[in-house]
Design a protein around this ligand. Sequence first.
Ligand code: NAP
Length: 265
Amino acid sequence: MHVLILGGTTEARRLAELLAAEPLPGLRVTNSLAGRVSAPRTPPGEVRVGGFGGAEGLAAWLREHTVDLLIDATHPFAGTISFNAARAAATAHVPLLALRRPGWVPVEGDVWHETGSLAEAAALLPALGRRVFLTTGRTGLAAFAALDELWFLVRSVDAPDAPRPSRMEVLLDRGPFTLDGERELLRRHRIDVLVTKDSGGAATAPKLTAAREAGLPVVVVRRPPVPEGVPVVTGPGQAARRVREAHAGRPDALSPDRRGPHVSG
Ligand code: NAP
């Protein structure tokens, strides 16, 4: 049985670790990384790096490498590859499972402004503050490039490319982040407003807690939906269980009806 994990996330790596920890007879696991990050944390198993060439390229790869199960464990905001995975799986007649960490849910004290895109987030900012903590990653900074009157603290794993805001400081860091560290960042940089994608994961994130404590507004960019009809699990343990069930020939292992809870879209 050959499983292809589309990765680039902590959950994808954890799934590969779980499968490697209790190897199933004849199970081959290939991890696919986009190649965006200069020094990725590589998971156990085989690793391939780089795009496939769209849905058709991915479908061809699935056939050529006789993949039995495709797992889309990419980031909730990696919408293109998820769409391609759904199309390729259908074309190549390979079962597909999506592993999506749950989205964040606001709690009492949160002042959230939810938006559908980075452009909408940028349009909101001038009314919310002058000093912005931007944690949406190094791609997509172009959406904020015209906001010359605002100052940005941009946190990303690798240095962002142009176009980007004219008044900004870059903080290269990949976490995990601590609550004390986030509080200190907000204080030291006199942040007025936080911008984040609804990346989700743990029940909350230290940056959200720190913003809540400081009474700061948070602009939350909603995630794109999981493609229609794709079964979803919300954790690496659940995904590993589905792999084991599929390996054992259990017919409902990858049934679309067995959707995980709390997944938006
Ligand atoms: P995207 O916009 O959905 O994908 C763009 C293209 O990158 C895809 O069409 C595909 O190229 C290639 N690609 C993406 N993920 C791939 C993978 N795992 N293996 C092989 N090719 C892949 O994705 P993105 O937002 O640029 O994210 C790229 C990677 O970074 C993903 O693997 C994702 O899990 C990870 N990541 C993304 C974010 C985020 O906020 N978007 C955050 C953390 C990590 P082809 O069409 O040529 O196949």
